[in-house]
Design a protein around this ligand. Sequence first.
Ligand code: UDP
Ligand code: MG
Length: 312
Amino acid sequence: MISVVQTISLIVPFYNEEGLVPVFADKVIPVLDEISCVNWTIICIDDGSKDATLDQLVALSFEDPRFQILELSRNFGKEAALTAGLDASDTDAVVIIDADLQDPPEVISQMVKAWREGAEAVLGRRVDRSSDSGLKRRTAAWFYDLHSKISHVQIPENVGDFRLMDRCVVEALKRLPERQRFMKGLFAWVGFRTVMIDYVRTPRAEGETKFSVFSLWNFALEGFTSFSTIPIRLWTYLGTMGALCSLLYGFFIVIRTFFLGNSVPGYASLFVAIVLFSSVQIISIGMMGEYIGRIYMETKQRPIYVLRKRYN
Ligand code: UDP
Ligand code: MG
């Protein structure tokens, strides 16, 4: 039986969630208190909120010293906010959870149990995504399917950021220096002994999602291009195939002209060929641009986030 007290940090990103701060605290604190032999730190990251979120978080930290508040200098995005939280933690394990209570806090006790039984990473897996729209579920399924086909890193399906990680996993994550952080991929890349816990994802307790369809599309593109070079290599094969086909066709035309003469038809086929191949070139240039842009962003070596102030 374990009797030593362990330390765990709960890492929670907040972006314009003023209606949620008290709800979150009321719901989470009793759940944490029920888990025995753990000293909790609750690291809340204010990701540049424009409403009263920060004031409420700071008030909370005065009431309960277990709350540590990190204030970022502007909105850096959820991935950067999580990185700030991970950097600030020094506990035996960390648990990442959304502020909107879509990840049920009750699951945390099961995660801690699995961790005590030897797991180094305990992932929450959504068994029922009926709270997400049909479109979001379908596109998510396509994303995982394609990602697992074109990348060496297997991202487990229906697993979000809700997870417990041992210190060794956090230290490994901190050694990944990339600025463009596709967290799901980074989590999968570091590996470690992993256990899944199924849970039902509920609707948001309050407010609206911060991710639009367009930002999800960019997120998917980020996922593909930061873990696979196949999208860029594809164009080499396509180009080679196209070149081979046109060579064969050219050869065929020469032979045909040789035997049958030239009657100058074929504007339509020429036009189609030109338009088709120039658009293929533009797409491939765009694809390369994606990667070059990534190289550019990485070479600047800017910090992933900037902290304005730390409370507690
Ligand atoms: N979030 C953040 N920065 C952002 C966008 C979101 O810290 O730029 C936080 C947000 O406050 C919430 C979590 O990330 O705690 C998940 O956001 P949301 O619920 O909007 O995402 P969804 O559940 O729709 O994927
Ligand atoms: Mg949410």
